[in-house]
Design a binder for this molecule. Structure first.
Ligand code: NAD
Length: 445
């Protein structure tokens, strides 16, 4: 349905008609492919940073045509704004105005990435003002860009610099087609640990990954995407889903584990399966989830309790077992939702569970870091799945085309790409965070 509309507004006579009628015209998003360049044109780097030269050198090594401070009127595939040295809001003017000129040169599917520092309560007021101001400016730019272009930001924390491995990893992700449906978001990056992959075509080579709820929907897309990126995949789902699960396992040349994640020993069984069949476990994706929507006034214990049991209580228990098992460098990524950030009518139980995921990853970050690992969440907005296909057409159209800056729903693949990136070795400095994959939806903005 969404694809048909995309086709209609992007080709031939119907595109002209849609323009004349003033219909929303979502762009075809630029998604990752090993066959296409990282960016669809030259990259302009504006501003200054202690490690600007080292950053530029890496960008060049990725095959990018990098221009420093002057694009000479060329069309641009991307723009990086180095803003981490600013100390007063008045210093923003020349850089943002230059960025405004550069934005006119952006080609469809272009990327804008800012590199700055988070505003802290301990900062001088003027320093905190400019840092928080950058957040507002970049999110606003995200809402102004058209033709599938996006704007996102990286926040350097602790001793992270513009050329730290995790900053480079986040930069690569934001510039690439992997971040097609991530827009108006900021990621905090700390430290200098982690190593960039030898090849961005297979950044998960050698990793063993378990994905729960993988028999269909987003879970099946996560399995396929992590397999594409080089991982060995264990797909986990309810015993009742065995046919669908085996098909997914076959498609990704992986193994299947029939398991209800609410079982008391679910974490231990995943570890045992991974060790017995693959000799290791490097990454767990808590994707299994359910909805049992009702207005709170009509809610019953069955609906409330089952959603909490599957969506959050099971994850808390599995994490305890994962931490107790001593798995050095273990990564965990959990599925939250924009409903857990903004709330959603009829979803108080679901939002409690998904808000719970956001709180859980923040509070578990230190425990996972103690053994060299990380735990993060991804919060999808409106994603085109069997689940969302059941939403009434009017609500679906608003969620898909009116609310997100990108004027369309995301694909399961878009969620999977963000999860894959958080699992890279180089993403070591990203911990305890929730990355929204929502096309910059107004929901939870
Ligand atoms: P889906 O219903 O299509 O798939 C969920 C899978 O989880 C199913 O295969 C199901 O069998 C499995 N599952 C359910 N309970 C389980 C249990 N107790 N043990 C093992 N497996 C179990 O859902 P989806 O749309 O693919 O969503 C996947 C995740 O993404 C969920 O956590 C969901 O809350 C989240 N999410 C989805 C959207 C969206 O727009 N589709 C938006 C935000 C968040």
């Amino acid at each position: 349905m969404a694809d048909k509309y995309l086709d209609m507004v992007n080709s031939g006579f119907t595109a002209t008609l849609a323009k004349k009628l003033g219909l929303p015209r979502p762009a075809r998003l630029r998604r990752w492919s090993t066959q296409t360049p990282l960016l669809p044109g030259p990259l302009l780097v504006l501003g200054s940073s202690a490690r600007a030269q080292a950053l530029s050198d890496t960008l060049v090594s990725w095959g990018l045509d990098v221009r420093r401070n002057d694009a000479g009127g060329a069309k641009l595939g991307g723009l990086i704004l180095l803003l981490d040295e600013l100390t007063h809001p008045e210093q923003l003017s020349p850089l943002m105005l230059a960025a405004g000129q550069a934005v006119r040169q952006l080609v469809p599917g272009a990327r804008v990435v800012s590199i700055s520092r988070p505003a802290l309560a301990t900062d001088e007021p003027a320093v905190a003002a400019v840092r928080q101001g950058i957040d507002g400016a970049i999110r606003s730019l995200g809402r102004e860009l058209r033709a599938g272009a996006t704007a996102n930001g990286i926040l350097l924390t602790g001793d992270a610099e513009a050329d730290s491995p995790s900053v480079l990893a986040a930069t690569h992700f934001f510039l690439s087609g992997r971040s097609a449906y991530v827009d108006g978001q900021f990621l905090q990056v700390s430290g200098n640990a982690g190593e960039l992959p030898e090849s961005f075509d297979a950044p998960l080579a050698g990793k063993v990954v378990a994905v729960t709820g993988a028999a269909r929907g987003i879970g099946a897309a996560i399995a396929a995407t992590l397999y594409r990126d080089g991982a060995t995949v264990i797909v986990v789902d309810m015993p009742g889903a065995s046919d669908a699960l085996s098909k997914v396992a076959n498609r990704v040349s992986g193994t299947a584990l029939q398991l209800d994640v609410t079982a008391a020993d679910a974490g231990t069984r995943i570890i045992e399966h991974a060790r017995a069949r693959h000799g290791q476990l490097d990454l767990v994706i808590h994707n299994a989830g359910i909805t049992r929507d009702k207005l709170l006034a009509n809610m019953d214990a069955g609906r409330w309790d089952s959603v909490i049991a599957v969506n959050i209580a099971s994850q808390l228990r599995m994490n305890e077992q994962l931490l107790a098992a001593d798995l050095p460098g273990l990564r965990v990524v959990s599925l939250a939702s924009t409903s857990g950030i903004a709330g959603n009518r009829g979803q108080s139980n679901y939002a409690a569970s998904k808000g719970g995921v956001i709180g859980m990853v923040r509070a578990s970050a230190e425990d996972f870091a103690a053994n060299g690992g990380t735990i993060n969440a991804v919060a999808p907005g409106f994603i085109e799945t069997e689940m969302t296909a059941k939403i009434p057409l009017g609500t679906r159209t608003v969620a898909r085309m009116v609310l997100p800056s990108l004027m369309q729903g995301g694909l399961p693949l878009d969620v999977a790409e963000a999860i894959g990136f958080l699992a890279w070795d180089a993403s070591q400095g990203i911990n305890g965070q929730t990355l929204r994959v929502c096309g910059q939806s107004l929901v939870g903005a």
